[in-house]
Design a binder for this molecule. Sequence first.
Ligand code: ATP
Ligand code: MG
Length: 297
Amino acid sequence: TMRDNGRLKIAIQKSGRLADMSLKLLEKCGISLAKSRDQLLCMADNFPLDVFLVRDDDIPAFLATNVCQLGILGQNALLEQQANENGKYAELKEVMALGYGKCRLSIAVPNDFDYKDITSLSGKTIATSYRGLLAKYLAEKNVSADIVTMQGAVEVAPRTHLADVICDLVSTGNTLKSNGLRETDIVMQSQAVVIKNEIKDVEINSICEKLIARLRAVLRAENSRYIMLNSPIDSLDAIKAVLPGSQSPTVMPLQGRDDMVAVHAVCEEGVFWNTMEALKAKGANSILVVPIEKMLD
Ligand code: ATP
Ligand code: MG
């Protein structure tokens, strides 16, 4: 059957906010997929991986039923389903955060709503697609309110008098602003994550570990820079101290100079203009910062 053809299966969003980045991430892991976006199933031809393109809401179920072993979705979506489904998805574990799809689940009130603190919501009606997470948050704050579940267009609920306030995903806040709403409480922060079900098959598990190692390597490389500069020998220690998140830089002689050396380092934290300016202030010159395509320990 399709279930045990010796290949790892991953479920990702078919279309929507996470779709492109998720596919691109797999490509960055060196996985080449036949570009048939209309199909449910895409098979990699150079790695034992099958990619299921599905609605994000269905991803936990694909894992829980063992159709797939891995998935990529928003933390918000996973935690919401775990809050609602009575332990059905308890086995699903977050393996790693991916740094994209960043947003927050927030409560927002109409601009003319008299909001002091969370207790201002008691007895009010709140529209949301995230009943589970909202109910948990309100319970923690000891506030009792009515929750109306909506699938979409939550931000219009107050204007149509379906609800007094809303609880919805926010990234820039522009949607809230253009609907006359203002954010009052952050229920949770979210981003895209890789989730995993328990894998019993030893071979599939080792394919999974290989893919996860590649994913980690891709994220590490993306956040890292290779930095090269020339440093006065006397300021070497001061310059090393400024290099962000680098282990032990390579120090090499410069032909014909006995006062200067070349320093090369992998920096695993952001290298910004102010970092470069700080290096220059310590006497460094010819500073080059280049991206890293791949890295593996
Ligand atoms: P599907 O058709 O797969 O069910 P959807 O409409 O439910 O898609 P999208 O709107 O594509 O889902 O959002 C997917 C995820 O993107 C969200 O669950 C969330 O984690 C993340 N996200 C990031 N920013 C936002 C935002 N401003 N609004 C909504 N979701 C966001
Ligand atoms: Mg959805």
